[in-house]
Design a protein around this ligand. Structure first.
Ligand code: NAD
Length: 302
């Protein structure tokens, strides 16, 4: 399924484009609602059994975006009957304190899931510190052991965002097996694990990153294109083949303060194919899956 590259002609701005009749928007909100309903039912059942599911979130930053995400996760958790304990260590927390906190939560029987929020203070590396989260409670797949197990095709919690990409594809009936998938971004939290999950599902996978030359030449080969970079407008119509399914993981703040992805949605909508929206695509499914992993971890302890 390769497409004809569109020319990057001046004037290809969202304002003067109209959506192609064969373009679909792959919404994530309905799927997130279903997942949240499942979490709520399971949380109620576990609480009746005397095991109230509990997520601990360790924060060592005053980053605004991180604060917003933590409030959104803890709010969703509480609404669904999952206890959420936010442990705020302050933006200048020493790596040793973060490590000791993760180790304490790992051995606390009341806690079933642990999330280490990023960014971390200078000098602290998530790959090192997350090794202190026991894999059974590593509901966001941050421990390198979880990443290794994922790469080896063994059971592990994948990072919730990577799991959300696959979940959304499944929800909309997009089968990865035998398709060409291109993932733009190679971070341990998003790009790499997404590529691993696509590989596990028998896609032929290519990973692009900041050193990739001629990005469009690669992305245009994709039947499934996942973009996780953090640069608004990086992907335009000329990067996308006709008929491709594009999953936009990026979250960026536009100049007017609105949330936008990495994909120029109006421009890409000129092509036949499909695109997940921002907001309302990967984001709500990610939060719902983080809580799904937490109740699964609690169930394993019943
Ligand atoms: P990151 O900064 O750790 O990684 C960015 C990746 O993009 C790197 O691998 C880098 O090599 C690559 N990159 C940078 N410039 C590029 C370019 N010009 N061309 C190709 N590749 C390039 O970021 P991250 O943590 O992986 O997050 C990526 C985006 O996803 C961010 O916008 C983040 O906010 C968003 N995000 C969304 C969710 C969600 O639930 N929707 C969850 C996590 C992250």
């Amino acid at each position: 399924m390769t497409g004809t590259p569109a020319g990057n002609t001046p004037g290809n701005t969202p304002e003067n484009t109209t959506a192609h009749p064969g373009h679909r928007v792959l919404d994530g909100t309905a799927r997130a609602r279903d997942l949240r309903a499942g979490v709520q039912a399971e949380a109620a059942a576990l609480t009746l059994l005397g095991v109230p599911p509990t997520l601990a979130v360790v924060v060592a930053t005053d980053d605004e975006g991180a604060g917003w995400y933590v409030r959104s996760v803890s709010g969703a958790a509480r609404r669904l009957g999952v206890a959420c304990e936010v442990v705020d260590l302050g933006a200048s927390a020493a790596p040793e304190l973060i490590e000791a906190t993760l180790a304490r939560l790992s051995s606390d029987d009341r806690v079933h899931g642990i999330l280490l929020q990023t960014p971390l203070p200078d000098g602290a590396r998530v790959e090192q510190l997350a090794a202190s989260i026991v894999p059974e409670k590593d509901v966001d797949g941050a421990n390198p052991l979880s990443a290794g197990r994922l790469a080896a095709g063994l059971p592990a919690y994948p990072p919730a965002t990577a799991a959300a990409v696959l979940d959304l594809l499944d929800h909309h009936g997009v089968e990865p097996a035998g398709r060409t998938a291109v993932v733009v971004g190679r971070s341990p939290a998003v790009g790499r694990p997404t590529a691993q999950l696509l590989l596990q599902r028998d896609a032929t996978v290519q990973i692009c990153h900041r050193h990739t030359k001629d990005l469009a030449a690669h992305t245009r080969t994709a039947d499934i294109l996942v973009v996780a970079v953090g640069r608004a407008g990086l992907i335009r119509a000329e990067h996308v083949a006709d008929g491709a399914v594009v999953v936009d993981v990026g979250t960026n703040t536009a100049s007017d303060g609105s949330l936008v992805g990495d994909v120029d949605a109006a421009d890409v909508a000129r092509r036949p194919g499909a695109l997940t929206p921002v907001p309302g695509g990967v984001g709500p499914v990610t939060t719902a899956l983080l809580l799904t992993h937490t109740v699964r971890s609690a169930r394993a302890q019943v």
